[in-house]
Design a protein around this ligand. Structure first.
Ligand SMILES: Cc1cc2nc3c(=O)[nH]c(=O)nc-3n(C[C@H](O)[C@H](O)[C@H](O)COP(=O)(O)OP(=O)(O)OC[C@H]3O[C@@H](n4cnc5c(N)ncnc54)[C@H](O)[C@@H]3O)c2cc1C
Ligand code: SF4
Length: 468
């Protein structure tokens, strides 16, 4: 370690963001990249724990204490090599992962945790800046053909790993551009799209073939896919949105979050009173876009109660806690309300003009899940010219490819696999949100890597790819 007392000497310096008054006027990334010297100091806070719980908390099993130490001592190349060994896209997780590792950092028990996410970003951006990252083609090709359906983080991680193992990999993507939710859901102010392009460019140079604008199941039939490829990884995400089928749902200016995030130009919130239903991260992204479109006011409502601001007994260290999260979009303005039930949409001349709501509470004594009760006499109305439904996603689309392949689903409607990511149809594997339901980028990467190892073993009889 560079300094055994680093954690006593240096305080955590959290991520820096551009001033709110400046950033709401554009869509550029809100966070500011740290200077290398500052990263080295922050890395020196890591205690190199005997049992590093950060490693336990990280879905891709990043070698966190090791690369923190290397970075703090200025050994950037070695730090990069270790980071690269477990995470295909640290420039993405380093920007927008909610960092479960930091919630399980040992230093977090009685002090602020190590800035693991920013340290990761510092290492990978240093590596790009100094030319440490170059396309690496596999030394040998196996002559096996693998198809990956979907180019979100799960599909890209799977393709990258299969390519490393020497297979000929084709990624099929229905959209015109690569990236899945990274490109078409997550706004630029969290992740500028050149970050994806830079990585995809490398993957192309390493030999991966990308076919865009092709719906597998529609443009290419399932039977053809099975004929043309030795193995297939399904990484199509989980995109069926949860709807709110109450009175007035058919009114104009009520949109699903993904449609709003994708087509913000034709769904302009300028001068409008916007209500976002759903208190999660997707809702927060919609709040940020509405601010940038100069909405006259933005309210985000959530049916669940306001989470605690710090850990509770149910979420004690080192678990990933359900606590109140205030995103950069929330810092930019607007109002948040909890325990609110939306009972109907109120319309005028066919367009939404408001919501009829009531306060609810959840009783904790129910055996399986808490029962919701509307509180009498708490009814109220909220004015709205635009409503965005951001209540999550229920399952992947079954119609088309999944049904044509005759796959089995789990009780939630996700693609059922065994522990090796193998579906009920031989030679077909699944990874990411399509298998586990809507989750996180880091989980998608972890699953893509795991599925690639299983596919490699299926094709070759054994594998040297890591399991996550
Ligand atoms: C608005 C929003 C913001 C988010 N923000 C964060 C965040 O800040 N941090 C975080 O960790 N997670 C975040 N998430 C979650 C994260 O983005 C997802 O968990 C992750 O993208 C899942 O990756 P995936 O590869 O499984 O699927 P996706 O990213 O959904 O990609 C699936 C791809 O498959 C393609 N596809 C589907 N079917 C076919 C077909 N038949 N033929 C061809 N192509 C097909 C789709 O077009 C899509 O491009 C966010 C999610 C949303 C919705
Ligand atoms: S738990 Fe925290 S302090 Fe300990 S090794 Fe991991 S990052 Fe360092």
């Amino acid at each position: 370690m560079k300094d055994i007392k680093g954690f006593l000497k240096f305080k955590r310096e959290a991520a820096a963001y551009r001033p709110v008054c400046e950033r709401v006027l554009d869509y550029r990334e809100v966070s500011v990249l740290r200077k290398d010297e500052q990263s080295k100091t922050q890395g020196a806070r890591c205690m190199d724990c005997g049992t590093p719980f950060c490693h336990w908390g990280c879905p891709v099993g990043n070698y966190i204490p090791e690369w923190n130490d290397l970075m703090s001592r200025g050994h950037w190349e070695r730090a990069f090599q270790l980071l690269d060994a477990t995470n295909n896209f640290p420039e993405i997780t380093g920007r927008i992962c909610p960092a479960p590792c930091e919630y399980s950092c040992v230093l977090g028990i009685n002090d602020d945790p190590v800035t693991i996410r920013e340290d990761e970003l510092a290492i990978i951006e240093h590596a790009f800046k100094t030319g440490l990252i170059r396309p690496r083609k596999p030394a040998l090709r196996t002559q096996k053909n693998a198809a990956v359906i979907g180019s979100g983080p799960a599909g890209l991680a799977c393709a990258a790993q299969l390519n490393k193992a020497g297979h000929r990999v084709t990624v099929f993507e229905r959209d015109e551009r690569i990236g899945g939710i990274l490109r078409y859901g997550i706004p630029d102010f969290k992740l500028e799209k050149w970050v994806i392009d830079r990585r995809v460019d490398l993957l192309k140079k390493e030999g991966i073939r990308f076919v865009v604008g092709v719906d597998v199941g529609g443009d290419i039939k399932a039977k053809q896919l099975l004929k043309d490829f030795d193995a297939v990884c399904l990484a199509g995400g989980s995109r069926v949105p949860r709807d709110l089928n109450i009175e007035g749902r058919g009114l104009k200016n009520i949109y699903f979050a993904m449609d709003y995030l994708r087509q913000a130009k034709s769904m302009d919130a300028r001068g409008k009173r916007v209500v976002v239903i759903g208190g999660g991260d997707t809702g927060a992204d919609c709040v940020g876009v509405a601010h940038r479109q100069a909405a006259s006011c933005v309210i985000q409502i959530e049916i669940l109660p306001k989470p605690s601001e710090c850990r509770t007994e149910d979420y004690s260290w080192p678990k990933y806690p359900l606590i109140l999260k205030t995103t950069t979009s929330h810092e930019e303005g607007g109002e948040r309300k909890w325990s609110i039930l939306t009972k109907k949409f109120i319309g005028q001349n066919g367009s939404v003009k408001g919501l009829a709501c009531a306060q609810v509470e959840f009783s904790q004594n129910a055996a399986i899940c808490p029962a919701m009760k509307e509180l009498p006499g708490t009814g109220f109305e909220v004015e709205a010219d635009m409503v965005i439904l951001a209540m999550g996603f229920t399952q992947p689309e079954h119609k088309g490819l999944l049904d044509d392949l005759g796959l089995e689903f789990d009780p939630k409607g996700n693609v059922r696999t065994d522990q090796n990511f193998a579906t009920s149809v031989r030679g077909i594997f699944a990874a990411g949100d399509m298998r586990r339901g809507q989750s996180l980028i880091v989980w998608a990467i972890s699953e893509g890597r795991g599925a690639a190892a299983s596919i490699d073993k299926y094709l070759m009889g054994s594998t040297s790819l890591p399991l996550t």
